[in-house]
Design a binder for this molecule. Sequence first.
Ligand SMILES: [Zn+2]
Length: 241
Amino acid sequence: MIAGLIGGVGVAGLACVGGYHTMSPTSQLYGRTFIGLGSGSRLLALTYDDGPNDPYTWRMMEVLERHGVKATFFLIGQYVQQKPEIARALVAAGHAIGSHTWSHPNLIFTQVTELRRQLVQTRQAILDATGVETKIFRPPFGARRPATLRTVRAFGLQAVMWNITCYDWKAKSAEEIVARAERQIRGGDVILLHDGSHVRMGVNRSRSVEASDRILSRYRGEGFEFVAIPEMMERQLAISS
Ligand SMILES: [Zn+2]
């Protein structure tokens, strides 16, 4: 979750530390990250952070299954350790999973040795739970600096950001989340939503679940195709090669 850190006081407070580009999800200044395909594409990617979260990750999976869609979940390592059966179910359903660190620290203020520890622990927890070795990573709060991205790459992970923020963690209703998404979606987008919260397990994400259902109904109806991040990356390569 990036509550309070992007936009408003958070950015002002962090700007004096690392500059705006450490927090802007689409900035490439501090190292290349994947942010989608650019408008004109008919592909869209739903991405969910801060799970696994009981029971909302299950509900999100039900919605995705009903639409026959694969999405991407960036998992917090310590929650995977608590709820390995949810991580396993995500993989069994064909969704992509990625690392979102062990305990969701702000990586602008995290030493490289600590980041390495977080990456190792999370990789192991996901491997133990699912048998899958993660290849993609999303920094908590979207916060990163050059050393962060170098360390992440050295682990064989690709950093995935997003270009559409729905602020679902502070929305009062599903309508509010959908309206924010609709104002921004052009095609080729990576949409940030949350099935969990870094604050604790069990945080209510029913609004994000309902918003996902509506976003899927509308854009699938308009002929857009929802894919998981690895597939979106592969199709990008196919287009550019
Ligand atoms: Zn997060």
